[in-house]
Design a protein around this ligand. Structure first.
Ligand SMILES: [Zn+2]
Ligand SMILES: [Zn+2]
Length: 337
């Protein structure tokens, strides 16, 4: 067998889906070829000494807004490439650049730029994640109020028509008028329909799941949960579940958490894992362009954000966390503080 394109990651702790073990991991042409006994490297092989290190597959980040000063809400393919290659340098090999609430023409331009970037990017660009614009106003989090709106088929249908094969996921609030039609259109196009920035009732969530909703974006964050008020219109007695409980309860829905140590109490992460299991729960970075750069001020989604001590906030609304400044590997490394 030719040694061309063959690398032995030697004597590290190899992480597999079921066990972790001391071993040599052999990669051939970018793919894992075999796992050998630790210390098996032969002369002539290209060996990377991994003693004292973990060795695992490349990370997949399905929700990320930018990196090292580069924003994925752009019409410049080079900007997408540079942002994705920052994340590649941090171990993220597959990535879905993610946009936020903007005018539809800007969203279209960002998707087109990401499409154009994909063939030239060293990271594997999976497609584009549309996070916006059909979000709940009160639960919009870092999104700019003027760009958050109800679904309009005249804008979303042509976008799905042109880029349905490239959009990986679309995050929306199912309680808005017309959202179920968006979910049906997404399902028909093979796009993951996700609930996010939402205060839907349990009944509205059930209708959304029936229409084809299959994922929940950054579980718990700007997401409605258990509440008494819902009962005023509810046939039930006592407290009523919201989006969070519907997502945790229903196995048709997968979800994701931001594990940077700032967004979520550790018990919430354990609770999500207990309800969903490892196969229905993903880590995401939700990182913005300030990740990989020093603390400071960054202009994102039409507003100023402040980054200080590992946390990003909206300057005009300091109580609002504005995505994260931790790459995905930082989420994987996170331990309870
Ligand atoms: Zn969000
Ligand atoms: Zn986001």
């Amino acid at each position: 067998m030719s040694e061309h394109g063959r690398i032995v990651f030697s004597e590290g702790t190899v992480i597999t889906p079921t066990v972790r073990l001391q071993a040599d991991l052999v990669v051939e042409d970018g793919r894992i070829a075999e796992i050998r006994e630790s210390g098996s490297a032969r002369s002539g092989e290209h060996v990377v000494d991994c003693r004292g290190l973990y060795v695992g597959p490349g990370l997949v980040d399905m929700h990320v807004h930018g990196g090292r000063g580069h924003d994925f809400m752009t019409d410049d393919p080079q900007e997408v490439i540079d942002g994705c290659e920052y994340h590649l340098s941090q171990g993220t090999t597959s990535i879905a650049p993610t946009g936020l609430s903007v005018p539809i023409d800007e969203m279209r331009a960002a998707i087109a730029a990401t499409r154009a970037a994909a063939p030239d990017c060293k990271a594997d660009i999976l497609g584009y994640h549309v996070e916006g614009m059909y979000l709940d106003h009160e639960y919009r989090g870092g999104h700019l109020a003027e760009y958050v709106r109800d679904p309009d088929p005249d804008e979303y249908l042509p976008l799905i028509e042109d880029h349905g094969d490239f959009i990986t996921e679309w995050t929306l609030a199912p309680e808005l008028p017309g959202s179920l039609d968006v979910i049906r259109a997404l399902r028909a196009a093979g796009i993951v329909a996700a609930v996010g920035h939402s205060q839907a009732t349990y009944e509205q969530m059930m209708a959304a799941i029936d229409a084809g909703l299959v994922h929940a974006t950054h579980l718990y964050c700007v997401m409605g949960g258990l509440r008494f008020e819902a009962l005023r219109d509810s046939p039930g007695r006592g407290y009523a579940p919201g989006v969070i409980e519907a997502v945790l309860l229903h196995q048709a829905v997968t979800t994701e958490v931001i594990c940077d140590g700032f967004h979520l109490h550790p018990a919430l992460i354990r609770f999500a894992l207990m309800c969903k299991g490892p196969h229905r729960l993903a880590l995401i970075s939700d990182a913005m362009k300030g990740v990989g750069l020093p603390d400071g001020e960054y202009f994102i989604g039409g507003q100023d954000c402040l980054v200080a001590g590992g946390i990003a906030t909206i300057k005009a609304r300091p109580e609002v966390i504005a995505s994260s400044v931790t790459p995905l590997i930082g989420m994987a490394r996170h331990r309870r503080r």
